[in-house]
Design a protein around this ligand. Structure first.
Ligand SMILES: [Zn+2]
Ligand SMILES: [Zn+2]
Length: 447
């Protein structure tokens, strides 16, 4: 009997190390000797071969195992599925295949009550998040649970995937989750009890990028956790000085992504990424002023786009935004066809604080002609030889993005003053936009 066991143990070891390194031959040889070997589990963690293949990204082995086994959701000692391990280790192809094989995206492990979505966020794998979320949209879970509820699924301590991404300094995951409807002010406290928000956890983690993302999405700097602390106090306590400066309720509020606006939620991907980038640039500019008074400074932006700058400076004047006279026109207002830069578009859309008016948000008006903005799209600009050149299409190779270095040069202040004023309406009151409207009619290429 004892000898039999050790023989089994030897076989198991051989199996698991073959799975780990992707040695298909050895596995098939072992299978010939004992068909049941695939049901064996590791002694300590109770991992199946499928767990080990998933965690190590051994896609060939995984496919073979899935073919031979009917259950993609076999559990280890902590009640974790192979899908959870694949998400944990960022093995995107395994994540996709397991989902295709019918793996359940809504099982909870027994350690912290976490789902595969929690693991992808915690370990920082935005591609895995995307795969799981897109599966959630088309799965019965969307019907029974509701997609929004799934994105905000809580673990045993009340943490959503967004909380974990914030705590673990994963700005890309934060972006993905917010983009799919994660609640920026979710609290770990249950039944209305105070708890920590993602901003509290980001303050603790000390990642400026995470804090920037959350603030730009409207995270509340004044929300208190179970100990009555605002995120600012948490950042101070953990000695994250630059983070604390941004979280200080008395420092200038960042520009907030105008999520509730219909024309923003219906943006196409190109226009959206242009505007998002513009938002981050505007906020970084504000941060510089906030951090000036502190001992902290931001890493200087990379100057990898000198070639791009040259292109832009050769461009004709008609492409310069007629509001700030600094940026290039990259956004077209529809239906009127007026052009402006991404930054100015954002300021225009952000002038109502989104969370102050939840019920009815009036869409902004075109600053040139005062017609209601129906859509925002990436502008098509005339190339030098007169052929149409769609900025969006060029983006597959190199996006023509608004240049940081040039347009935020120290001396140029018109856009900055605009930001301080914070509203096109006020600008219109001074007569600026209206006058520009008349003057630019001829400059705008009707498309
Ligand atoms: Zn502009
Ligand atoms: Zn217009």
């Amino acid at each position: 009997m004892g000898q039999g066991l050790s023989c089994v143990a030897r076989q198991e070891n051989a199996l698991f190390s073959a799975v780990q390194v992707g040695d298909l031959e050895t596995i098939e040889a072992l299978l010939k000797r004992e068909a049941n070997v695939l049901n064996h589990k590791t002694a300590h963690g109770r991992h199946s071969a499928l767990h080990i293949a998933a965690a190590n990204g051994q896609i060939e082995i995984l496919l073979m195992l899935l073919e031979k086994s009917s259950n993609p959701d076999v559990l280890n000692r902590l009640k974790q599925t192979p899908l959870m391990l694949a998400a944990m280790h960022g093995k995107i192809s395994c994540v996709k295949r397991l989902i295709e094989a019918g793996a359940n995206i809504l099982t909870f492990d027994s350690l912290h009550g976490r789902t595969c979505l929690h693991f992808a966020a915690y370990y920082g794998h935005p591609d895995c998040l995307e795969a799981i979320l897109s599966a959630a949209r088309s799965s019965p879970i969307a019907v029974s649970w509701g997609f929004a509820r799934f994105v905000n699924v809580r673990d045993a301590r009340g943490a959503t995937p967004l909380h974990l991404a914030a705590r673990r300094r994963r700005p890309e995951c934060i972006h993905t989750l917010l983009d799919h409807g994660a609640l920026v002010c979710a609290s770990t406290g249950e039944y209305g009890c105070p708890g920590s928000t993602p901003l509290h956890l980001a303050a603790r983690g000390g990642s400026l990028d995470c804090i920037r993302q959350l603030l730009a999405w409207g995270a509340d700097r004044l929300q208190r956790d179970a100990s009555g602390r605002i995120p600012y106090v948490v950042a101070l306590k953990h000695r994250h000085g630059a983070c604390a400066a941004l979280l200080n309720p008395s420092s200038l509020e960042p520009l907030i992504w105008p999520a509730p606006l219909k024309l923003i939620s219906e943006l196409n991907e190109e226009a959206k990424s242009l505007l998002e980038q513009a938002l981050m640039e505007v906020n970084k500019e504000r941060e510089k002023n906030i951090l000036k008074g502190t001992a902290h400074s931001l890493p200087s932006p990379s100057h990898s786009e000198s070639g791009l700058d040259d292109n832009i400076s050769e461009a004709s004047d008609t492409e310069v935004c007629c509001i700030c006279f600094e940026q290039m026109c990259t956004i077209e207002v529809q239906d009127c066809g007026h052009l402006m830069c991404a930054q100015c578009t954002l300021v225009l859309c952000c002038h109502n604080k989104p969370n102050s008016a939840t019920a009815c948000i009036t869409p902004p008006l075109c600053p040139f002609c005062r017609s209601t903005i129906a859509r925002l799209v990436v502008a098509e600009i005339k190339d030098h030889d007169g052929t149409d050149c769609d900025i969006g299409n060029v983006s597959s190779s190199k996006p023509r993005k608004p240049s940081k270095s040039r347009h935020f040069s120290e001396g140029s202040s018109s856009f900055k003053s605009l930001l301080t004023v914070g509203s096109f309406r006020k600008m219109g009151d001074r007569g600026g936009a209206v006058r520009i409207a008349a003057e630019t009619e001829w400059m705008v290429d009707k498309l």
